[in-house]
Write a protein that binds this ligand. Structure first.
Ligand SMILES: Nc1ncnc2c1ncn2[C@@H]1O[C@H](COP(=O)(O)OP(=O)(O)OP(=O)(O)O)[C@@H](O)[C@H]1O
Ligand SMILES: [Mg+2]
Length: 496
């Protein structure tokens, strides 16, 4: 059964039950109050007859009663007076009296009222057996029952008016039921329309269209469901975009990696051919072999660095963070790179306190600083490289400045990209530029929960600033993962 009919049916069932109960109660109450009124009226008549129409000795003021009878004739109300022996004294002298059960009660001084078949007395002597409401009132004098006044009203009149009420209630019932049917149709339609909107949206999503814009309709459950549905499609959309981004990354990676490897492989191949066909003079052979070793070394490094980058990026590396004296490492790095800097005509200045507490993975820390200083030397000829280190607020802070070629704002923006080289012609130097160094450094800083930024001006120089949080300020692994994911998506949207 369609939902709209189910809804209508339940609405209708509810309304009809309610209407039935109300109608029955109404009829019941009206009837009982009508009967009560009727008896009260009869009681009133018996009371006034007691006052005016019967003397204490039981003799009847017949003219008064006759007048009253005539007045009340239109209402078909009649009276009867019974003596202490339960014989009728008015309107006729008759043996016949009140039924035994009622008489017993009357003798105890109680009024008796009931509905039943009774011989209603009349003036002309033709007593009729009628269904009537009956009221008997006993009158005592000096503790002795003297007479009983009876008042009779036919039930037909009351029943007729009750039947009229019942008919009206029934008409009201039918009209309300029709109104309820129409109303329930509209109410059900409102609900069904909301559900249909969701249904259409679900259909769209099933077809792969996540761009359904559902406006939440109200604060009810369907409204909440609509909101949840919207969140779900957003999540699906984000998921699909993420998959697409991953796919793009993978494709880009394959293209870049192939591109990076082709150069050294072509060089090696050329040299090997030269050697094979004796095209290389004897004195150049050693040089050629040296060149090939360099190129294979570069290839190995490229592969390793790629693996390292992927591992860090996918949060697969385990950091062994400890607190150590970073000053010693800075001195070591400087001495390792002194030869290179001298070759480039650079001077390295190191400004660090003797004791500098750093909280990081020791090897990764060295890797980061080494890479940055190495870059500084690489891109600076006859200049100065200044390394400073100090303690900050719950962190250790470093800066590496050079007076080298610097970068444009655009180049700075892309520096953390994998395979990014500001000047692609600067390939294949003795430092083996692959454009992976800074991407790895950036990822490493992120997994440490540290910060890194770069400031650079073309032909003036470059400054890298970085900080490692202390143990008490370092973020949890989950926080780091979240940050990585965010920077990844920011990156993607920047690129787009
Ligand atoms: N100190 C610097 N001065 C000027 N340019 C820089 C500096 N550091 C980095 N760059 C620019 O950023 C690019 C990316 O640096 P990155 O270290 O990632 O790659 P690379 O040094 O070219 O290669 P790799 O470090 O992988 O061998 C560099 O090619 C260079 O153009
Ligand atoms: Mg580098």
């Amino acid at each position: 059964m369609k939902l709209i009919y189910q809804q209508m049916l339940s609405f209708l069932a509810l309304i009809i039950v309610a209407l039935t109960v109300v109608s029955l109660l109404f009829i019941q109450t009206t009837a009982s109050s009508a009967w009560d009124n009727n008896f009260r009226q009869l009681a009133g008549f018996t009371n006034s007859i007691e006052q005016h129409a019967v003397l204490n000795d039981g003799t009847v003021n017949a003219p008064f009663l006759d007048n009253s009878q005539q007045i009340l004739a239109s209402q078909q109300i009649s009276f009867g007076i019974y003596n202490a022996k339960n014989q009728m004294g008015y309107p006729q002298q008759k043996q016949q009296g009140i039924d035994k059960k009622s008489w017993r009660k009357l003798k105890t001084g109680e009024d008796v009222s009931y509905r039943g078949w009774v011989e209603v007395p009349s003036r002309n002597g033709k007593a009729e057996l009628k269904q009537a409401s009956i009221y008997y009132r006993p009158v005592f004098y000096s503790g002795k029952l003297v007479y009983v006044i009876g008042a009779f009203a036919p039930v037909k009149t009351i029943q007729a008016s009750l039947a009229k009420t019942q008919r009206n209630v029934f008409i009201g019932f039918v009209i309300s039921a029709i109104a309820a049917l129409i109303l329930s149709y509209f109410l059900a339609q409102v609900q069904v329309r909301k559900i249909n909107r969701l249904r259409n949206a679900t259909h769209e999503v099933a077809q792969g269209n996540y761009d359904v814009d559902l406006k939440s309709s109200g604060n009810d459950e369907i409204g909440e469901l609509t909101t949840d549905f919207g969140e779900m499609t957003d999540a699906l959309k984000a998921g699909r975009e993420e998959i697409k981004r991953q796919e793009d990354r993978r494709r880009q990676f394959m293209a870049d990696a192939a591109h990076e490897m082709r150069t050294p492989l072509t060089t090696i191949n050329g040299l090997l051919e030269g050697l094979a066909y004796d095209a290389i003079p004897e004195d150049m052979r050693a040089k050629s072999i040296e060149l090939m070793r360099n190129e294979t070394g570069r290839l190995i490094r490229l592969v390793n660095e790629n693996l390292d980058y992927e591992k860090i990026r996918s949060n697969q590396i385990i950091l062994h963070r400890t607190t150590f004296n970073g000053s010693e490492d800075l001195h070591n790095i400087v001495s390792q790179l002194t030869q290179k800097s001298t070759d480039a005509g650079d001077v390295i200045k190191l400004d660090t306190p003797d004791d500098l507490s750093v909280y990081a993975d020791h090897d990764r820390f060295v890797q980061v600083i080494f890479n940055i200083v190495q870059n500084a030397i690489q891109f600076t000829q006859n200049g100065t490289i200044t390394i400073t280190a100090r303690r900050g607020y719950h962190q250790s802070e470093f800066s590496v400045s050079d007076t080298g070629i610097g970068m444009t704002a655009d180049q700075v923006k892309n520096i953390w990209e994998r395979y990014y080289k500001a000047d692609p012609s600067r390939k294949n130097t003795k430092y083996g530029e692959s454009g992976l160094g800074m991407a790895i450094v950036h990822q490493l800083m992120q997994v440490h929960g540290g910060k890194i930024d770069v400031e650079s001006k073309q032909d003036v120089g470059t400054t890298f600033r970085l900080s490692f949080p202390d143990e008490d300020a370092a973020p949890s692994k989950q926080d780091v993962a979240k940050r990585q994911a965010k920077s990844e998506s920011d990156h993607a949207s920047d690129k787009a």
